[in-house]
Each structure stands twice: as structure tokens, then as C-alpha cells.
Design a protein. Sequence first.
Length: 607
Amino acid sequence: MDDEKILPVEEMVAWEEFTDRVEILRELDQWVKNIQRMGSWSTAIISPRRMGKTVLLDRLVNTVFFKPEYRVAPFYFQMRREETTLRDFLLEYATTFFRQYIAYCHQEPALYGDDSVKLEQLFDYPSNHKAVLLAKEFAEGFLGRYQDKRYNDIRNQWDGFIRVPERLASYSGTRVAVIIDEFQDMRFYVHQVDEQSLERIRERRLREPDTVVGINLPATYDRQAQSRKAPMLVSGSAVTLIFRTVMGGALGGRFGFKYMRPLSIPDGATLLRTLLRLYASDAAITPENALHASAQVGGHPYYLYCLSVSECEGKKFDGPEAIDRVVRYEIERGKIYGFWQTHFQDNRKHINADSDEPLGKKIIYHFTKYNNRAVEVGEIAEKLKVPKKAVEEKIERLYLADLVYRSAARYYTFNDICLMRFIKFVYEKDLEGVDEVDLGERNLFNTLKGRFLEIVVQVTMMKFNHETLDGRIFGRAGEVEVPLFRYVDTKHVKGAATRQRQIDVYGDEQRGNQCWICECKYTKAPMGMTPVRRLEEAAEILRQSERDAGRSVPEVRMWLVSTGGFTGEVLDYVRERADIYFSDHDGINGIFHAYGGNYRIPVFKDA
């Protein structure tokens, strides 16, 4: 990025800290682009706190703002957790919209981010732009009504203004993406009162924070949420609350969902190396150790940041034991501890609501073993010799406290091993007569080493987007254009009369009936003909399975990836096959680096 370039939104992290998120950023960019042809509908981004939603939205706005060809103005409103009157909030909301709309039309990033600009100042903004002239007319009409004492029902004015983005988009042809961060907070901090009453609400918030609510403003978007000319993109860090906000009541059925998950382990390792360079330049780390650290925190971006700035005495990253020591410090005494301790205190009304407190603690403790999978209520009940209902009631409270989420009528724990270790640390010392829960992640890291190359290939393929790359990294002369995949994962294939075969990585191209299948060999020895024949057999089984299902046979691109290179026999064979790409250690590193990797992929000592 050009350091001198003014961005419409000041991002909260250094530009180079933004790692991965290519797939969801691309999807959201396409969501904005499709608004012009009325091809997008309202969507909610949902994930636990500190997963990077606001950073993602900042980057999205800073990306689509500089695409005037989309003719979609990003209206980005970030909710603050501060008590305010509806009258003041309406003026701030309206001013932000008109300022950002005009700024986009004229590609003025400084104006977009200048919240000191008052609404009436925009009336004098020089412009011959059709959309801007209309926006100024709308703004003057709004301010006239806002200041006219005869229109003193501020709630009606709010309801009327919500439709302004859609109306302006309809008349001007420049559509709007209504982007609201922390959307659920609009239920709690805006009050239809005067300033004197607001002061009493502030005092009450300090005494009884859980009892203060405001106007349910999200419910007023019931019409706006269905707009195709100005659809909504909302986010929230309170998973349960944002889910209930957009799924229930007046907004029920109006929103789609996108879930943000932790980074992949390789991308987490890339982020950690970047963070250490920025915040702990004397803390060197090898690629293998970076992968170990990323695995220990599940690729969670905030936890990786905590490791990089940790105040652990004698902090080092020169081996698994040293890394584990820093992780343990952060969970038991550092920033990760403080983060979750605050969360538990803020949600004590749910977590500690038990008639039998020791039993409640035992249930929470045992639930930690279900990291990233469904919680087996019956198993916990049997282990503790208590009724299932008691366990279900406790898990429901943990759901309300954003410690589990619900899907298809079942409870699941978040993919957050550090949360589970925090709970184990806090609760285990108070419990007697319970079976110890093992939350060690060393086995996970060993599994990671077994599948590491497949994960790298899968994550990298998900970032492909019709770029042109040097053909040598695929074993080809000239250049190779990589496709955009709609789906990338491990795949099992089987025909009616064939055996089942696992494909290490399968990618379904977005255009046409084409796919890629990959065979990955992560050893120091060169790949021989056996894996090649295995991949060819998998390709034929894949084609046969499609014939058996009555579907058209796909065009299959085979890709061999081997960190140890290839035998002479394989090289002679694949050079004659236009449908087979092949990448050695240098080749896959070249592809990895082209998509943000900041180190060479390690070959583990026992590979």
C-alpha cells in the first residue's frame, strides 16, 4: 500500500497485519458489486469477539470506496457503547450517511472520514454530480424537518429517515451498501428521552448495567433489510445477541449469514511472524515454531497478537517448550486471561445463575472437553450423575453468555482452545473428585504435521482468483492462469462399481464444469510413480461417479505437490501430460508467497 494514500477509514491495525481473510473479503466485495444489479440481500457477519470483524469491515470499505465503477456507496456506521438520545443519534446517523455518500461519488476519502463536518456544511459542497445534487436536496429536506418544531416526534423522523438511502439510490442510480458494526448495540444505547433523563440513565448504567435497555432500533429496519438497492451488512461480537437480533422479531428471515472463523494454522503462523517483526523484533521464530504456536492457539488472530506482545519474563519462541510457556502465561496471567476474565464478569448473571454452584462449576469444567464440536449433554450428565435437564439448563446459560453456539437444535463449543484452557485453569482448582480433562494440544500439532502440506495447498487454492502466475511453479513454461474455486476441501469419491478413493485436495471451479484434484507428498524423498497412478485412478473414479449419477463428466486438472521433488521417471511422464501440473518445494513456496506467505514452508525433521 502507498503510505501516502489517504484511506476513508483509519484502520486499527498496521496494513501488513491484515492476514488471510481473502475468501470472505472477496465474497463481501462481490456482495457490494452485485448491489448495482439488485443481486444482493441483507447479510450478517457473526463470530466471537476479537476475531477481526471490525478490521474486516474497515478493509472492505477501504477497498470498495476506490471502485467508483461499482456505483455503490458504502455507508459505514460504527455503533459506540455510549448513552445518547434518539434526537442526537438521528442527526449523527444522517450526517454520516450524506457525508459518506457525497465523498464516494467524488472519491474524496478525507471527506468520508471527517466526522467534524456538520450537515449544513455539505449544502455548499461544489458538485455537478447527479447523485450528489440529489443527496444535497434530500439532506436539506431532512434538516428542515429536523429543525422544525412542528415535527417534534423524533421517532417518526427516525422511521422516515431509514428509507432515505434506498430512495436516494433509486432516484440517483448510485446504490448504497448500509454497513453497521455492532448492530445489536442499537438496542441498548439509544433512548427516546431528553438530556436530563439521559443523565439518570447513565447513572443507572453504572449501578445496574444489566437492566438498562434503549429503543429497539434494529426492529425498525424491517423494511430496509429487504431492500435490494440499499441492502444491509451488519456485524456483532455478541454472537447469541446478534443472531437473535437478526433472526427474531421484525427482522426474522430477512438476513443471510457469514461466519468468521479463526485463521488457518499456516496463515496464523504467517501473522505471528509479521507481528513479531512489528512488536518484538528481537524475538526470532522459525517457520516450524511459528506453526507450533499457531496450532496452540487455534489460529486465533487476537491470541497471536497477545503472544507477540506478551510480558512473560524471558519470552522466547525458539522451541515448543518456550512457546508453550508463553501461551500458558497468557492464559493464566496475561492478556488472554484478562480478556476472558472480563467476559465472565460481564456475563456473571448467566454463568453463575445456579441453585447448586459446585454442580454448575463441574458442568462448565466438563464441557471444555468438547472444543470445536457438539456438546454431549447426556455424557456430562452420566459422568456427574445428575439429570440431563440440569446440564441442559446450564448449557443454555452458557449459550446466553456466548460460550457456546447453537445450530440445528444442538449446542457446539467455539473452536477456541484458549477459552477451554482458561476455564480449566479457573475452575479445576476449586473442584474435588472430578476426572481431569486433558486439553493438551501436542497431539493436534502432530496431526497438523501429517496434514500440513494438504492444508497449505487447500488454503492457497481458496485464495486463487484468476491471477496469472509464473508457469514454472506449476512445472510449465510461460504463464498459468489459476481459477476461482467455489469449493475446496478433502473429498472421497466412489463409483457404483469402483472402490472408494480419498483426494487430498479437491477444488470445484466456479466457471464451467471443471475441477482440480491434488496429491500431496510431504517428505524429503522424491515422489515416485505410485502416487501419480493413485491420482489418475482417483480422477477416473471421480469421472465415473459423475456418470453413474447422470451428471456431465467434469474436465479434471491433476496437480502433484511434493516437497521432496520428483523422480526422473515421474518428470519424464508428467512433462508429456498437459492435464497434470507438478510443483516441488520451490514451486509450492512460490505459490504460497504469491498469496501472502512470509516464510518458506518447512520440512519437519521427522518428515
